[in-house]
Design a protein around this ligand. Structure first.
Ligand SMILES: [Fe+2]
Length: 276
């Protein structure tokens, strides 16, 4: 069982003065008991908000699955805001869109952005059901959003479901990589937070940190470094969530397992100086 003591023991040693904290998890689907533990662990860390990387339910068409999701995240929603990205399993019916009730800067219920202090956050809907080619409305909104925040923020963080870099069962989506990664590099995006593969993977490509966080409850997937891992990558097949402490131009990330212990910690530095 997850315990308060374990979580705080693992978080405290690396504690730094921070501007704010946010959390990340995804792919809870039908893993309800694991999902409850992830929610409990995140609540103990007191984030300002939570990003979900998609696949919140197993079948988006089934209203009863959304009701179970609501029941599990209810304690979290009482104390903080959840910003979800839509996963492929969430498609069907209005379950996902019905849960986008918060205020955003621009966009719609599938792609939107919001700000927190010196950070700009963008959420996209990237899966096989949603158009994101260069001529698509979603891609064009992304470019206009990133253009509109040039020079205004220390950090830009993007989240969506299907990863451009992954060594799990789904592996890297090369179409996502070819279409979107040049945009992230050009506009100085600091980190891209994804899910879809049910494990944890972190890699840095062309100065952008890419994270797969899909350990929220769905059956875990094996990982194979032969699927494109490079030196410096970190991966683990484990249920988990990620805590990010934003401190000026630096973000400290910690991956927390269900026993409350940190699986890895890492730093993301602002790419603001690289933005043209
Ligand atoms: Fe998925």
């Amino acid at each position: 069982m997850l315990g308060i003591t374990f979580v705080f023991l693992s978080l405290q040693p690396n504690f730094v003065a921070k501007d704010f904290r946010f959390a990340l998890y995804g792919d809870c689907r039908n893993g309800h008991e694991t999902h409850r533990k992830v929610v409990a662990g995140i609540m103990e860390a007191h984030p300002a908000f939570v990003i979900q990387s998609g696949d919140l339910v197993a079948r988006g068409k089934q209203d009863e699955l959304w009701k179970t999701y609501d029941e599990i995240v209810a304690p979290l929603k009482q104390v903080t805001q959840i910003y979800p990205a839509r996963g492929n399993h969430d498609v069907g019916g209005t379950g996902y869109e019905d849960r986008i009730t918060f205020k955003t800067n621009s966009g719609n219920k599938l792609w939107y952005s919001f700000n927190k202090e010196r950070c700009h956050f963008v959420t996209l809907a990237i899966d096989e059901y949603t158009e994101y080619s260069v001529s698509s409305p979603q891609y064009q909104w992304l470019i206009s959003d990133l253009e509109s925040v040039k020079g205004k923020f220390d950090h830009i963080i993007v989240s969506f479901h299907v990863p451009p870099y992954s060594i799990g069962a789904h592996a890297s989506d090369l179409q996502v990589r070819a279409t979107l990664c040049p945009v992230f590099e050009k506009y100085g995006v600091d980190a891209v937070l994804t899910g879809h593969d049910h494990n944890y993977y972190r890699t840095v490509r062309n100065d952008v940190t890419y994270i797969v966080s899909g350990g929220g409850g769905a059956p875990l997937y094996d990982q194979d470094p032969k699927k494109g891992a490079i030196e410096g990558d970190f991966w683990v097949k484990a249920n988990h969530f990620v805590i990010f402490d934003v401190a000026g131009k630096r973000i400290l990330g910690r991956v927390i397992g269900l026993d409350g212990k940190a699986l890895e910690s890492f730093t993301i530095n602002s790419r603001a100086k690289e933005r043209k």
